[in-house]
Design a protein around this ligand. Sequence first.
Ligand SMILES: Nc1ncnc2c1ncn2[C@@H]1O[C@H](COP(=O)(O)OP(=O)(O)OP(=O)(O)O)[C@@H](O)[C@H]1O
Ligand SMILES: [Mg+2]
Length: 280
Amino acid sequence: MLMPNNMTGHAPPTAAARPQQQDAYVDIAGLDKIYPSKKGGDVYALRDVDLSIRRGEFLSVLGPSGCGKSTLLKCIAGLEGISGGKLLVRGQRVTAPPEKMGVVFQRDLLLDWRTVLDNILISAEFLKLDRGAYRERAIQLLDKFDLAAYAERFPWELSGGQRQRVSICRALLVDPDLLLMDEPFGALDAMTRDELNFELQRTWLETGKTVVFITHSITEAVYLGDRVVVMSRNPGRIAQTIDIDLPRPRGLEVRETPAFGQYTAQIRATFADLGIFKGV
Ligand SMILES: Nc1ncnc2c1ncn2[C@@H]1O[C@H](COP(=O)(O)OP(=O)(O)OP(=O)(O)O)[C@@H](O)[C@H]1O
Ligand SMILES: [Mg+2]
């Protein structure tokens, strides 16, 4: 259950289950992604991107609108083909969605005619797994994300934050190793966002998943990330990668510390150098 008093960090989640391996889990080198266009020329959505993501790492990806964040995520997810370079997940070239992957999309993509529980069970159906075998886990996830009372309700009866929690439950249903999240909290009010940030950190610490988390928020990127990848646009590139050396678990109050402020200032300075002020 979500417990607001846990958000202070006084009742921290355990880091016991977090794996410590440092091997490359997602290996990207010289990646280009071009969207062909009949009008006005081709769009270089990604240009010469090098990125190595460690197993168990929480990687935040930060950048202005149109810099290629969603494109990068869709390429890793095997939902977009690449135009050049190398993209491996667990050592395998990505030509289709990798196994053991969950995605939370920028829009929540819930089906309004299915109950919350049935929306979560879509993940099992999609992989042709036995729905019945995952029902109990779906109910456990709903309970963990404070949605136990909503299993038989419909998405249109939920708030924005509740809908996003359902999307996260859906992505977690088949216990993926790799969790790709595209601005999952972008449309939420600040308090709900704080709550879900803390909850996501807790889930990650408990399960040791590799997470790629896209956001427009510098604060969110630093709070959650082991590393923050800062992207620039036209074409979409990695401008900077910053290690976030703040102890875990991080209570929300870490955001008021000088060390945290140094990271956010450093990232703001990078955006200023790049001439990017809007939208971040
Ligand atoms: N399917 C597509 N066909 C053509 N161009 C596309 C397509 N998808 C994205 N683009 C272009 O590629 C660039 C990168 O888009 P992308 O959606 O990856 O950006 P983003 O960083 O996720 O932006 P936002 O923060 O607004 O979500 C943009 O110029 C966009 O117009
Ligand atoms: Mg996007």
